[in-house]
Structure formats: structure tokens, C-alpha cells
Design a protein around this ligand. Structure first.
Ligand SMILES: CC(C)(COP(=O)(O)OP(=O)(O)OC[C@H]1O[C@@H](n2cnc3c(N)ncnc32)[C@H](O)[C@@H]1OP(=O)(O)O)[C@@H](O)C(=O)NCCC(=O)NCCS
Length: 194
């Protein structure tokens, strides 16, 4: 599938460091949501390695110990739409992927999307940035409905969906919450809508 999303830039607050430095005001950090390249394999494996069991469970609905191989190949070879968030300002994190959004077609006009943020970056707006970007990209590819499958106890993603797609419908299915986002109007969505 063609990758056509222009780079999106946004200024966010850095993760708050632990220890005495935590009291200092966090520095501004550039985060760019951009395409995934084959060279990003190790950065994706590292994102998985840094993720807590809770994050892995919420993302994959099971506390996996290895990155799902088929999923990894599909996002690297472009068979799934995928976008990465990167910290491009701080030298020590250059090259890291700090968040990933992806989407797989599941029926004509419908795709399932998912968002995943490095534990150290959660709560800093990265997930919202990625969610908006993948929804916009899906709309630009002619997808009319995006589906998300959410653990009922995952308050962060429920709040994210409420904010990013307030017109989403939700239903319970097999113990999960299935949110359905209509994508009409998303193709021209401004990059930094809040
Ligand atoms: C869900 C997830 C993608 C959200 O990303 P994020 O970068 O932390 O989200 P944002 O900072 O953009 O915040 C989005 C909303 O979630 C809320 N939120 C973030 N972390 C939260 C937490 N730990 N508990 C409760 N709410 C939280 C924010 O306050 C915000 O809500 P608001 O706009 O009403 O204030 C991220 O927590 C994550 O990767 N979790 C593990 C994987 C996962 O659950 N993926 C989704 C299923 S596919």
C-alpha cells in the first residue's frame, strides 16, 4: 500500500525524569510522526523491549514476550499502514521510535487501527498525535470506518478516543469494547487539531 502522509511535527513536553531532576521544568521536544522504513526493525524491537507487561497486554490483548513476527513484517513492508513517533531533538534518544500507530484492512472500507506509546512517553500527547495521524491517513486511503478493539479497563485509550473522535460509536463484544470511528471529513483534518 502506498505511503503518502506528509511528516507531521509537534512540540511536546519531554517525559519527566526520575530522581531530583524531576522538579526541573521539562524541556520542549520535537516529535515527528512519519513513515516506517525497513531500517526501523531494531527500533521497533527496542520499543517492544522497553514496553511494560501492562502496555504489551493493552496493545496486544496479551502480555507477549516477543514482538509478533507477522505484525512486524507487515508494518515494515508496508502491508499495514503504520506511522512512528520519534524524538528528534535529544541526542540520547535519536533513532528511537517512541510510539507506533498502525492499521490493517479487515473488510472493504474498514480497517482496524491501534496505537502504542513507549511507557516513558505515555500521558504526553504522543498517542493522541498518532491516533489523529493514522485516522487521517486511513481516510486519505479511502477507508470510511476505523475500528478499535479496547480492553474495558484501558482508561487511557478510552479517553484518547473520546477526545480524538468524539463521534465514535462503542459496543461490547466478547468482553472487549469495539469502537467504530466514521472517517468522513478526516482526509482534510488539520494536523494539530486538539
Ligand atoms: C493508550 C495510549 C496509546 C495513550 O497514549 P498517550 O500518549 O499516553 O495518550 P495521550 O497523552 O495523548 O492522552 C490521551 C488521553 O489519555 C489519558 N491518559 C493517558 N495516560 C493515562 C493513564 N495512564 N490513565 C488514564 N488516562 C490516561 C490522557 O489524560 C488523555 O485524556 P484527556 O485528553 O481526557 O486528558 C498509551 O497509553 C499506550 O500505548 N498504552 C498501551 C497500549 C494501548 O493501550 N494501546 C491502545 C489499544 S490498541
Amino acid at each position: 500500500m502506498a505511503k503518502t502522509l506528509p511528516v507531521t511535527e509537534m512540540a511536546l513536553l519531554s517525559p519527566v525524569p526520575s530522581g531530583p531532576a524531576a522538579a526541573a521544568p521539562p524541556a520542549k521536544t520535537c516529535v515527528i510522526s512519519a513513515e516506517i522504513e525497513p531500517e526501523d526493525r531494531q527500533a521497533l524491537l527496542d520499543l517492544f523491549a522497553r514496553s511494560s507487561p501492562e502496555t504489551r497486554r493493552d496493545r496486544f490483548h496479551s502480555a507477549l514476550s516477543v514482538f509478533p513476527q507477522r505484525y512486524l513484517e507487515e508494518i515494515l513492508n508496508g502491508r499495514q499502514l503504520a506511522l512512528a513517533a520519534r524524538d528528534t531533538c535529544q541526542e540520547e534518544t535519536r533513532g528511537q521510535i517512541i510510539g507506533l500507530a498502525s492499521a490493517a484492512p479487515i473488510a472493504p472500507g474498514t480497517a482496524e487501527f491501534a496505537v502504542w506509546v513507549d511507557d516513558a512517553w505515555q500521558g504526553h500527547g504522543v498517542g493522541s498525535l498518532l491516533a489523529r495521524a493514522i485516522l487521517r491517513l486511513l481516510a486519505q486511503h479511502g477507508v470510511s470506518t476505523a475500528i478499535g478493539i479496547i480492553e474495558p479497563g484501558n482508561l487511557a485509550v478510552r479517553r484518547l478516543v473520546n477526545r480524538v473522535a468524539p463521534n465514535a460509536a462503542a459496543r461490547s463484544e466478547d468482553g472487549m469494547i469495539v469502537v467504530s470511528v466514521p472517517l468522513a471529513g478526516w482526509a482534510t483534518e488539520p494536523h494539530a487539531r486538539s
